[in-house]
Ligand binder design. Structure first.
Ligand SMILES: NC(=O)c1ccc[n+]([C@@H]2O[C@H](COP(=O)([O-])OP(=O)(O)OC[C@H]3O[C@@H](n4cnc5c(N)ncnc54)[C@H](OP(=O)(O)O)[C@@H]3O)[C@@H](O)[C@H]2O)c1
Length: 285
């Protein structure tokens, strides 16, 4: 029995869809915290468990009879405690494998996004210290997040973000999900750390060039001054927390903290990861 947490989210939904290609629905448990978001999963015959990382009893209940767990990272700044609750429940259930979706990056100690990212590495340490067989799926930034950085109307405007010439090996959430489903259904992934990245690095100059090719008109990239970027977002009514997160990621990209290309994702998929151009075409055409 394989339990997927965050199963109502983008990644979790895609992992369950990929698992369904490999194992019967009766072998899959989807942990969701809001029953209303479980309708599609229920229709696919997947077992639903209602639970929250902050509700230990619900986690214990969900883990009954489970042999493998995919812990999809939570979204909050207090997620380390939430993750620890899930890991502890997995330990009590004596599962055979726990996989965790962290991040692949460098320069954490001086990173502008350290407060958010440090919990990924602390969660991994906690899992290791607990002694359960683990698989760490360290995700690069999702290609799917590009519209968040460049906007949905970018073909009519331009790319404006204070990310310098920093580059990222974007990988699609769909590829990450397929790789996770493979890890959960294949042998040989115990106590392994995988760096799941695309196979090429892209700066926002490269993204603007791809968007120009796609639209047939010149889409420029402006490496805006960070303070002016924040002011612009404020004037547009973007909530402060979102401004801080976007600015933090832009600064981290500018520092080159995501400039790491590995072939782990290609090896887990048995094919090259989907190209960024393919995603942009689907998104913006
Ligand atoms: N690498 C990247 O570029 C990138 C980008 C964005 C996020 N991430 C990370 O990757 C994770 C998966 O991404 P995603 O796109 O699938 O995010 P998502 O769509 O926001 O999904 C997050 C999932 O976690 C669930 N969740 C949050 N807090 C929970 C709690 N306290 N108890 C139980 N479940 C909880 C959510 O439940 P609800 O549906 O009820 O909210 C949702 O199912 C994110 O959570 C985040 O940590 C990575």
């Amino acid at each position: 029995m394989i339990l997927v947490t965050g199963a109502s989210g983008h990644l979790g939904t895609a992992v369950v869809a990929n698992l369904l290609k490999k194992v019967p629905a009766s072998q899959i448990v989807a942990l969701v915290r809001d029953e209303k978001k479980s309708t599609a999963l229920q229709q696919q015959g997947v077992n639903i468990q209602i639970g929250d990382y902050n509700d230990i009893a619900s986690l214990d209940n969900a883990m009954k009879g489970v042999t493998k767990v995919l812990l999809i990272s939570s979204t909050t700044l207090t997620r380390l405690t939430e993750h620890k609750n899930a890991v502890d429940a997995a330990k009590r259930a004596n599962v055979e494998q726990i996989a965790y979706t962290g991040v692949t990056m460098k320069g954490l100690e001086t990173s502008p996004i350290k407060p958010l990212m440090t919990s990924h590495f602390e969660t991994e340490e906690y899992i290791k210290a607990g002694g359960l067989p683990y698989t760490f799926l360290r995700n690069s930034l999702y290609t799917d997040m590009l519209p968040v950085y460049v906007g949905n109307q970018v073909l009519n405007t331009s790319v404006i973000i204070p990310a310098g010439n920093g580059k990222v090996p974007y990988a699609s959430r769909e590829d990450m999900a397929e790789a996770a489903a493979n890890v959960l259904t294949e042998q040989g992934h115990s106590n392994k750390t995988y760096h799941l990245t695309g196979n090429a690095l892209y700066s926002f100059y490269d993204i603007a060039a791809l968007l120009s090719d796609l639209s047939g008109k010149e889409i420029t990239y402006t490496d805006k001054d960070p303070a002016a970027f924040q002011d612009q977002l404020k004037q547009m009514g973007v909530p402060e927390i979102r401004i801080q997160v976007l600015s933090g990621f832009a600064a981290s990209i500018k520092n080159g903290e995501f400039e790491l290309v590995h072939d782990d994702l290609a090896r887990l998929l048995g094919r090259e990861p989907s190209p960024v151009a393919e995603f942009l075409k689907k998104q913006y055409s």
